[in-house]
Design a protein around this ligand. Structure first.
Ligand code: SAH
Length: 217
């Protein structure tokens, strides 16, 4: 395990801090979560590579830098309740869980939701709940959220998600066509309810598939 700890440290220094993300709570969270336990069997040695990796159900575990960029932009704080759309391996949800009070992470593929849920149990991450379903509808039972992050690219920012954001809350999600270069978008809901939209740069994510995003196929 000593090998993975030094790879993890090098990932944090070269891929995250060197690119300008030095948020201490986020750096500690990245240091705490063993990414090698979130990749598919056989990919452990590549777990800290500067790239996304394939996981089950034809999906990917996001590049570490992109996970950090999204969480940093969402300004996740220690008292926050966070919704993640597209739990995948559960890695980003686990990192958020190290910072926030509570995480609800939704995944549409049953196989991935089960694997991610098993990982949270095994690692004792009891403040992270993995739910199988369509995250484009949000999760009304637990709304409002202080932050909402999506790990898959939508066609637009769904109004239902903005409705489930607490005043003062932040939503960060990629917007753009499948396979194309997409834009990472941040929407802040001000305490008076008004919305501010910012574009954070070009990214490439798997498609968000659901009622308020792209159709299946
Ligand atoms: N955060 C993940 C990244 C997974 S890739 C990680 O750290 O591993 C994005 C995931 O979004 C895929 O697993 C995909 O199945 C899922 N997804 C796509 N559309 C979705 C939707 N409408 N609701 C929930 N999950 C969705």
């Amino acid at each position: 395990m000593a090998g993975f700890a030094s790879l993890r440290e090098r990932m944090i220094e070269r891929q995250v801090v060197a690119r300008g993300i030095d948020n201490p709570a986020l750096v500690s969270a990245l240091r705490a979560v063993p990414r090698e336990l979130f990749v598919s069997k056989g990919f452990e040695s590549a777990a800290y590579a500067d790239a996304p990796l394939p996981i089950e159900s034809g999906q990917t575990i996001s590049q570490p830098y992109i996970v950090a960029l999204t969480i940093d932009a969402a300004q996740v704080g220690s008292n926050d309740k966070v919704l993640e759309i597209g739990a995948g391996s559960g890695y980003a949800a686990a990192v958020i869980g190290q910072i926030a009070d509570q995480v609800i992470a939704i995944e549409r593929h049953r196989e991935l939701a089960q694997l991610a849920g098993d990982r949270m149990k095994r690692l004792g991450y009891s403040n992270v709940r993995i739910i199988e379903g369509d995250g484009t509808r949000g999760y009304p039972d637990e709304a409002p959220f202080d932050a909402i992050v999506a790990a898959a690219s939508g066609s637009h920012v769904p109004q239902v998600l903005l409705d489930q954001l607490r005043p003062g809350g932040r939503l960060v999600m990629p917007i753009g066509e499948p396979g194309a270069i997409q834009e990472l978008v941040k929407v802040t809901k001000h305490p008076n309810g008004s919305l501010k939209r910012e574009e954070l740069g070009a990214v490439r994510f798997v498609p968000l598939v659901g009622a308020h995003a792209f159709p299946e196929n």
